[in-house]
Design a protein around this ligand. Structure first.
Ligand code: ZN
Ligand code: ZN
Length: 253
């Protein structure tokens, strides 16, 4: 299984438009972060988790020519606003499979009504097939994927386990009962926004505590704010098996 970090930044991305914060001005490519998303590939399958405003650039950067579907964690704009850019895949492949909670589909249907409408579709508008996810395993390609149910302040969010890889973003609370689904992981990805506490995201300490509880072989941090600091400085402070993810990082499990 190959994982590509397509984006590792929080909702505004890094650099933030107009910001003069030193991290936003950094020349280190590892300090430039598009909105969070990962590409998960195994056998001949290729799925994207989330489809934010940087989706087009991310598909170009990772040279993706075919996707088998898009899986959504939740409906926030930084995770969904690139949906129109599935068009090149739609033109080549036909209807695109989307996987999301019923509530997320409702939000997408409002924002992208022209995609979901069944009557008088404008030519060139992409078509999608909706697959509603509940908190129970579902199939992607030849794999059973396990949703992990958490809270992002008061909003329900899904993380996903693919074999021995789990991807959790925008989490603030993960109920203990869900931790059972995260045993014996090779790699856990989890959000760590900044050092200061935040109402809807793990900060660094909370993310590290969560990693200790889950006890994967390796963990990567994502959904990073410029307030967390320079990539190279933060990496030095992390435990041996914990890494700050960066855009275009690839790992093989
Ligand atoms: Zn987010
Ligand atoms: Zn969010």
């Amino acid at each position: 299984m190959k994982i590509t970090f397509l984006g590792t930044g929080t909702s505004q991305g890094i650099p933030i438009i107009g910001s003069t914060h030193p991290v936003c001005l950094s020349d280190n490519p590892k300090d430039k972060r598009l909105r969070v998303s990962v590409l998960v590939e195994w056998d001949d399958y290729c799925y994207v988790v989330d489809c934010g405003p940087d989706f087009r650039q991310q598909m170009l950067n990772a040279k993706v020519s075919k996707i088998d579907g898009v899986v959504f964690t939740h409906e926030h704009a930084d995770h969904t606003m690139g949906l129109d850019d599935i068009r090149p895949f739609f033109f080549r492949q036909g209807d695109i499979d989307l996987y999301a909670h019923k509530r997320v589909f409702k939000a997408l249907e409002k924002r992208f009504d022209y995609i979901f409408t069944t009557k008088a579709k404008y030519p060139g508008v992409p078509s999608v097939v909706k697959h509603e996810i509940k908190n129970k395993p579902f199939t992607l390609g030849n794999l059973e994927v396990i949703p992990i149910d958490g809270l992002h302040y008061k909003l329900q969010v899904f993380g996903f386990r693919f074999k021995d890889f789990a991807y959790l973003t925008d989490m603030k609370t993960v109920p203990d009962v869900e931790l059972k689904k995260l045993k014996n992981l090779e790699v856990l990805v989890v959000n760590a926004l900044r050092e200061e506490p935040h109402i809807s995201h793990f900060n660094l300490v909370e993310a590290l505590e969560f990693i200790e509880k889950v006890n994967p072989k390796k963990a990567y941090l994502t959904h990073i704010s410029h307030h967390l600091g320079f990539h190279d400085d933060v990496q030095q402070k992390l435990p041996e098996n914990v890494f700050l993810a960066y855009d275009s990082l690839q790992i093989t499990i």
